[in-house]
Design a binder for this molecule. Structure first.
Ligand code: IPM
Ligand code: MG
Length: 370
């Protein structure tokens, strides 16, 4: 019997609430799929800082490194605004990404028909939208050195972040994007700023070479990142897979999220390189939304991004493709039935809470497999 070690890192804000819904599903799939899920929990972000004075402990890092997949909730909140920079909640997330080598971040944005009116764009622009942003996740300005703030002799301060990419970092993320496109509509748009940035020139060069060498059957378009942002709100359905760097990917994926109706809808997978001997890859799954401190602890959060992230774990880390399809179907059916959390319910519509939404997905899974 296949057995999987999942590390649950609920984090801060609405993280623990949405994770509770996933835990129900982990138990359900443990019974229904014949696979075994062992779960452990640890703190990350502000909750880790409050308990241990760091955004993630060495013990939690060890658990993450030993796990088959990490399920991550969300981190941060105004409570930790004054925490020293190196211990801020986000530092825990960034360390996980870096130390686990999770360079490939897949952020699918799907607009379910029932939610087309929840988007701030017109229904016809977003209905049926199905795109994936492939974001480079361990390089670029997030991690480039020097990264510092110094006080100059005249008393003025100077802050520096460094945007830095090497050939192999671009090469491997481009391959992920082209591979993925082949399983979809066979189109990749590569977004950079080659008109202003050296890293953009290199990005463009390497993507062009990888395409010519190994993926010439895939349709490739180069787009300037600012234009890509504009195109995403003008005509998002022109895209299939968008591949881009760490910072542009952060921004473009928030835009893509709103196209789907709510930030509460977007799951994501962060994947490492495949181990050539075991075929396994390190992985972490997290909703694209943040910790939403304004609604935390009230049972209002939409758990679908977190549930969808678990679905991606079933698919990419457990190889349970049928189960992942089933979970996606259950989510789609629940949304089609009209059930909505506050973030996706229009004015005057009744909204359900986090638990009701999680339970509805569970009931739908039961119905689909009865
Ligand atoms: C995301 C988030 C993170 C990022 C933050 C919380 C550090 O915005 O995953 O998109 O900037 O990568
Ligand atoms: Mg972001």
């Amino acid at each position: 019997m296949a057995s999987f070690n999942l590390l649950l890192l609920p984090g801060d804000g609405i993280g623990p609430e949405v994770m509770t819904e996933v835990e129900k599903l982990v138990r359900w799939f443990g019974k229904a799929s014949g696979a075994r899920f062992e779960t452990e929990r640890a703190l990350v972000g502000g909750s880790a800082y409050d308990a241990h004075g760091v955004a993630i402990t060495e013990d939690a890092m060890k658990l993450a490194l030993a796990s088959d997949a990490v399920l991550f909730g969300a981190v941060g909140g105004p409570k930790w605004d004054k925490v020293p920079y190196e211990h801020r909640p986000e530092a825990g997330l960034l360390r996980l990404r870096k130390d686990l080598g999770l360079f490939a971040n897949l952020r699918p944005a799907i607009c379910y028909p029932a939610l087309a009116d929840a988007s701030s764009l017109k229904r016809e622009l977003v209905e049926g939208l199905d795109i994936v942003i492939v974001r480079e996740l361990t390089g670029g300005v997030y991690f480039g050195e020097p990264k510092e703030m110094v006080t100059l002799e005249n008393g003025e301060k100077r802050a520096v972040d460094t945007q830095l990419y090497t050939t192999h970092e671009i090469d491997r993320i481009a391959r992920v994007a082209f591979d993925l496109a082949r399983k979809r509509r066979n189109k990749v748009a590569s977004a950079e700023k080659r008109n202003v940035m050296k890293t953009g020139v290199l990005w463009n060069e390497v993507v062009t070479r990888v395409h010519a060498e190994s993926f010439s059957d895939v349709q490739l378009e180069h787009v300037l990142a600012d234009n890509c942002a504009m195109q995403l709100v003008r005509n998002p359905k022109q895209y299939d897979v968008i591949v881009t760097d760490n910072l542009f990917g952060d921004i473009l994926s928030d835009v893509a999220a709103m196209l789907t109706g709510s930030l509460g809808m977007l799951p994501s997978a962060a994947l490492g390189a495949e181990d050539p001997t075991t075929g396994k890859r390190r992985a972490m799954y997290e909703p694209v939304h943040g910790s939403a401190p304004d609604i935390a602890g009230q049972g209002l959060a939409n758990p679908i991004a977190m549930i969808g992230s678990f679905g991606m774990a079933l698919r990419y880390s457990c190889g349970l493709v049928k189960e992942a399809d089933l979970l996606e179907k259950a989510i789609a059916n629940v949304l089609a039935s009209g059930l909505k959390t506050r973030d996706i319910a229009g004015p005057g519509t009744n909204a359900v809470g986090t638990t009701e939404m999680g339970d509805a997905v569970l009931r739908e899974l039961e119905r689909l497999t009865a």
